[in-house]
Design a protein around this ligand. Structure first.
Ligand code: GLC
Length: 803
């Protein structure tokens, strides 16, 4: 409880101590306009590509107390002596009497008290909006009247985030600010940046008369540029200099004199920071959001969006921390991750630097299907555009240009140029979408295969079904010496990069899981010939995996190019890898006894109290022939760290075997909502999953990093709802197949599915983990465990009795 608490009613986490161990953030807006805000009001905003169209300068590597992107100063008193502070704590670092940063759904609200001044600032981007709004309410809690000034400040970056850091003459020479005067003292401070033929106009304004402004950082800080953000010299003058910068480090500082506030008086000022091609085009919005009523409406609409989104699936289990995650924070993270892929966080820069990952986004899409299936489909469609003619997929794409690339494999000359797993994930995602929606027509939609030289070569179009078929066929013909899929540059584990000829047991299993989906789909479509074919492929691979990869107590993970095993008891390091175990169960390749043994080995050799490690023991020095995995110390990231993305796969595997207690323990041990009491060790936000936690071979065991944008979000949600609670869409209806801890007496789920609402009540009178003996639909018992497709938009009561 040291840094904050959950307020489930408001669907917020409330940070009460701004000095969190690392910045804790929240996302506002979308890629069209948005970014993130940290717990001290610092912000990173962009419009489009975060690498190529940044608006304000947020440098995560700076110390916590430093100014980042945006802040607000309040000035108490008259010219005879000012007291200046920031109600966001940073950058003035004053003593505060109250600090609350409400991490809400699509907004951040900071409420603080310093020197008897209560400030409440709500920060958000309206739905489909192109500006950030800061709605500031100030109240004088002192007995005496106080004279107050309000100075919101932003610092611009050149829109090319890297150029800003790498060119210190050309960049500042292009940065220019101009003021636009409007009626009644209203002003718009515009800021331009140029590059070749491109330019951008940023604007910063408010709904209150602006008595003066500053656009040059050096002048604002004073002392010949040696002034500090903590104590900017210009704020000791009544007015700012009204300087319109024609170069330099451009900022926006707007002086608002609020006058004298009597005890209890409250004032409201609304600022806007936006970007437009031409300022005229933004004027309408600027005027609209100067009206507090429009701002209230926009915030209400945003809240409504999230209410609707979350209402699609609501659970009530005996575990409050699980409810909290499944009803609020986990689906929110799934949506954020789906929107922002891996291109804007405290840890990542933008498309230019990386691109949307084919495999990552396919998995992200699966995390939102229950809440926003058509958005999931749109993402999947986008990915299908960069699937190659031969069925494999490009590794990354820039969604703005639809240019794709081969990921890190570009950089290693002597390694294969494709990833063995990417294209297979899309099979899982497409099938999951159709199970959710029943929209089988999607299979006939025509989408082109990727062609780099689009000008030169005619595009080849294929139906979605053809894309899936080619994905399967690619792997089927891309096998190595043991009949397992060749590794390519890498599989899911990006960091094991072996010379050509290496084979991947993980990809074999993923292929198995994709084949199960294809067989089921073909059966549903009535195409018995194809169903038999895919089942045949499945059996072949199952046999290969079981013949060559069983190592006595677990499955090995790779064969290298020489045919040597990796992930075997024969190895000194990297003896066992978790994904080879979980996925051999998920694919159904592992016969029961091997499945049980493999998962026991996971528990014995890979589990820790803080999560399951990816592999063990960690490699303890650089081995170029293995690749990136050996660049980390033992216990970090893929080298034996707790790579959380892989944990839910073990949960799913345990649930498939019926081990509800074990599955639930694995779920609980990484539930971020339970980290509140060990935050000093864990460090990251307790309201979303991080990508990794240092493992027990590392001296900082338990330290989390890379929060927010991780496949962990999608899979933890899926593992909990589809496998622990067992509510799973299928072509024929909604499956009820829970696998829960034996001490749960039951749980309820309200699930929207195919235009109907199901109020599901699961009872567990015998204290078991798995097995359903009766299901009643509106009081009538049905056969089996699948609630049939509903007739229409009705509400149904479902009672399931375990036994
Ligand atoms: C990162 C990548 C993901 C990969 C994982 C394991 O999370 O985004 O694609 O599967 O690392 O290497």
């Amino acid at each position: 409880m040291k840094y904050g608490y959950f307020d489930d009613l408001q669907k917020e986490y409330v940070i009460t101590e701004p000095r969190t161990p690392v910045a804790w953030i929240n996302y506002i807006g979308t890629i069209d306009f948005g970014g993130f805000v940290d717990q001290t009001g610092g912000a990173l905003l962009c419009k489009g590509d975060p690498a190529l169209n940044r608006i304000i300068k947020y440098i995560p590597q700076l110390p916590g107390g430093e100014f980042k992107g945006e802040t607000l100063y309040i000035r108490i008193g008259g010219a005879s002596g000012y007291k200046i502070f920031s109600p966001f704590y940073v950058p003035t670092l004053d003593h505060y009497d109250r600090y609350e940063c409400h991490v809400g759904l699509g907004y951040m609200k900071i409420i603080s008290e310093f020197y008897g001044i209560e400030t409440e600032v709500t920060i958000f981007v309206p739905l489909n909006g192109f500006c950030e709004i800061r709605d500031i309410c100030i109240t004088n809690l002192n007995k005496e009247p106080v004279q107050l000034d309000l100075i919101p400040v932003i610092e611009y970056t050149h829109f090319d985030a890297l150029k800003q850091l790498t060119n210190a003459d050309w960049v500042p020479q292009t940065m220019q600010s101009k003021i636009i005067e409007e009626a009644e003292g209203r002003k718009i401070l515009t800021q331009y940046a140029f590059m070749n033929r491109e330019h951008r106009v940023n604007y910063f304004t408010s709904n209150h008369p602006i008595s003066s402004f500053e656009s040059d950082r050096k002048k604002f800080l004073g002392n010949h540029g040696y002034g500090t953000w903590k104590s900017p010299e210009s704020l000791n003058q009544d007015e700012l200099s009204n300087y319109e910068a024609l170069r330099g480090d451009n900022i926006g500082a707007l002086m608002h004199h609020l006058g004298v506030l009597q005890s209890g008086d409250r004032k409201r000022v609304i600022t806007q920071l936006g970007q437009t091609a031409k300022i005229d085009e933004a004027i309408k919005d600027i005027h609209k959001y100067r009206d507090p009523k429009s701002v209230d409406k926009a915030l209400a609409a945003l809240k409504q969006f999230w209410e609707d989104y979350l209402s699609k699936a609501v659970v009530n289990t005996p575990d409050a921390a699980m409810n909290r995650m499944l009803n609020i924070h986990n689906p929110r993270q799934c949506y954020i991750t789906k929107n922002w892929a891996r291109y804007l966080s405290l840890y990542q820069l933008g498309f230019g630097a990386r691109g949307i990952g084919f495999r990552d986004s396919a998995q992200d899409a699966m995390g939102i299907l229950g809440h926003a299936p058509e958005e999931g489909r749109e993402l999947v469609e986008m990915l299908l555009h960069v699937q190659n003619r031969n069925g494999s997929a490009m590794h990354q794409l820039n969604p703005l240009t639809m240019e794709a690339n081969a990921g890190d494999s570009r950089e290693m000359e002597d390694r294969p140029k494709y990833y063995s797993d990417d294209h297979l994930w899309i099979v899982l995602a497409v099938c999951a979408y159709m199970k959710e929606t029943g929209n089988m027509g999607f299979l006939s939609k025509k989408i082109p295969f990727y062609e780099k030289d689009r000008e030169e070569k005619p595009l080849e179009w294929g139906t979605v079904l053809e894309h899936l078929r080619r994905a399967i066929e690619f792997t089927r013909q891309d096998l190595g010496a043991h009949g397992l899929p060749l590794l390519g540059f890498a599989d899911w584990n990006d960091t094991v990069n072996l010379p050509y000829g290496a084979e991947s047991v993980f990809t074999a299993n993923l292929y198995g899981a994709a084949l199960k989906e294809m067989t089921e789909l073909m059966e549903y479509l009535g195409d018995a010939v194809s169903a038999r074919k895919y089942h045949g492929y499945y059996q072949e691979m199952k046999q290969n995996v079981n013949q060559c990869c069983w190592d006595g107590a677990w499955y090995i993970r790779y064969f290298d190019d020489k045919g040597d095993k990796i992930g075997s008891k024969e190895n000194d390091k990297g003896k066992i890898y978790v994904n080879a175990q979980s996925w051999s169960v998920i694919s159904g390749f592992a016969p029961y006894d091997r499945a049980v043994k493999a998962l026991i080995s996971v528990n014995k050799l890979l589990n820790t109290t803080k999560g399951i490690k990816l592999s063990y023991p960690g490699y303890s020095g650089y081995e170029p022939e293995k690749g990136g995995i050996t660049t980390y110390p033992p216990g970090a990231k893929e080298n034996g760290g707790i790579f959380l993305h892989s944990n839910p796969w073990v949960i799913i595997a345990e649930a498939m075997l019926g081990n509800g207690n074990q599955a639930y323990t694995y779920y609980t041990q990484i539930n971020p909502a339970l980290k509140n009491n060990i935050i000093d060790e864990y460090e990251c936000e307790p309201y979303c999953y991080p990508q990794n936690i240092l493992g027990d071979e590392h001296p900082q065991f338990g330290l989390a990093r890379n929060s927010w944008l991780s496949g962990t979000a999608s899979w933890m949600y899926q593992s909990a709802v589809k496998y622990l609670l067992g509510i799973r869409p299928s072509y024929g209806g909604l499956i009820i197949d829970p696998c829960i801890p034996t001490d749960w007496q039951g749980f309820t789920v309200t699930r929207h599915f195919r235009n109907a609402v199901f109020n599901i009540n699961v009872k567990n009178p015998e204290g078991i983990s798995k097995g359903v003996k009766q299901i009643f639909l509106n009081g009538n018992e049905i056969e089996g465990q699948t609630i049939p497709i509903p007739d229409g938009g009705t509400i149904y009561d479902v009672e399931a009795i375990m036994g």
